[in-house]
Design a binder for this molecule. Structure first.
Ligand SMILES: [Zn+2]
Length: 388
């Protein structure tokens, strides 16, 4: 669980332990229990040496990832049980959170997001992007704002699904939050570049509108269009999703929120306006209303990460489409999908939360400008490295 490390004060002076990271949390818990707070200086040195010895000796056995270089982009896929909360922290420490998870649940999702922020070494979130006003995306905003300083909110503008009472209530709560005057507010439109330092975050979709020209490097004809037709229009907030392509060096990451297949078709036919991406944050938690083949196979991600819950998202069809994508090296999931079953879920080591009681395990992607990246599974304490 994220933040386990935070309740431990590793007894090395007053400095926070630099290795007090997610992957070593269990090790630190064990070490800390042996090291009383009021230790002598010599004991501190002994404890540090012992800890280093354990870390070094165990690192090869557990294939622990190297410590994150400061020039990396860190991305946390926080487990908010089938909602979205994805935290980007740039090398300069600027941060962007895409969505805030669910409301209620005794502050569960806000606490998990704050734990991720602290794990990344930040105590403020500069930008919170709300993709749309469904419960599992904007619902957690008031609790989060009460839990950690936030600089700005970015969204697509008015709620368009006023007939749905839950959505309308969440929108009103969010508007009340904005009305406090404590936050900068940005309404983003397709083609806008978000004012975040260290990454290039370009808006692809917003409030049902899409980019009209291909992004730089994109614009090839999509041959799959010949055998597909545009699905019927979605009539919820989903198609309003504020979607972004984030570029870090040469690495491209795509997050379109819950954008539905009708809009995917417009983005992909006849020209692929997004181009290929390295990392696809699977749209709509892997529900089959999104993630169509004409879209996924054209963006051809190297890796896809699905923020599904045990019983939300992770549809068999959507997972099959991702797995059959031409360049795919790995499909990662936040949860085992009960609907997909053993046949269609990804391999166990690529799932943060398998069947059984939820333990809020997260995934963390550490990306480099040269397009190499590593994905860490907090459950297994293992990482997988992806070459350029
Ligand atoms: Zn959703």
């Amino acid at each position: 669980m994220l933040g386990t490390c935070k309740i431990v004060t590793f007894p090395v002076g007053a400095q926070p332990c630099p290795e007090c990271s997610r992957r070593n949390a269990a090790l630190h818990l064990a070490q800390a229990s042996k090291c009383p707070q009021a230790s002598s200086a010599s004991h501190h040195k002994y404890a540090l040496t012992l800890a280093l010895f354990f870390i070094l000796s165990l690192s090869s056995a557990f294939a622990l990832p190297p410590a994150s270089p400061t020039k990396s982009l860190q991305i946390y896929f926080v487990d908010v049980e089938g909602g979205q909360a994805t935290l980007f922290v740039t090398p300069s420490g600027q941060s962007l959170l895409i969505d805030t998870g669910w409301p209620d649940n005794n502050n569960r999702d806000a606490a998990r997001i704050v734990a991720a922020a602290h794990d990344a070494g930040i105590d403020k979130i500069d930008f919170v992007l709300i993709t749309h006003y469904h419960d599992d995306h904007v619902g957690g905003a008031p609790q989060l704002a009460a839990s950690i300083p936030i600089g700005a909110f970015i969204d697509h503008g008015e709620n368009r699904e006023t007939t749905d009472s839950i959505t309308q209530n969440r929108w009103v709560a969010y508007k009340t939050l904005l009305g406090s005057g404590k936050f900068r507010h940005i309404i983003a439109k397709p083609g806008d570049v978000l004012p975040i330092q260290g990454i290039h975050a370009e808006v692809v979709s917003s409030d049902g509108a899409l980019i009209q020209k291909p992004l730089r490097g994109a614009g090839r004809a999509n041959p799959a269009c010949a055998n597909s037709i545009q699905p019927p229009a979605d009539n919820t907030e989903n198609l309003r999703s504020l979607g972004v392509r984030i570029t870090f060096g040469k690495l491209n990451i795509l997050d379109l929120g819950d954008l539905t297949a009708d809009k995917e078709y417009e983005l992909m036919c006849p020209l692929n306006k997004i181009g290929k991406v390295d990392i696809y944050i699977a749209s709509h938690h892997g529900f089959s209303q999104s993630g169509s083949a004409v879209f996924v196979h054209a963006i051809a991600p190297r890796v896809a990460i699905v923020d599904n819950g045990a019983t939300k998202g992770g549809s068999p069809l959507a997972l099959k489409i991702i797995k059959s994508s031409p360049n795919l090296q790995a499909l990662w999931q936040l949860h085992f999908s009960e609907e997909a079953g053993p046949a269609d879920n990804t391999a166990s080591e690529l799932i943060a939360n398998p069947e059984g009681p939820d333990a809020a395990h997260y995934l963390k992607l550490t990306a480099n400008a040269d397009t190499t990246f590593t994905i860490f599974n907090s459950r297994t304490n293992r990482s997988k490295h992806y070459p350029p």
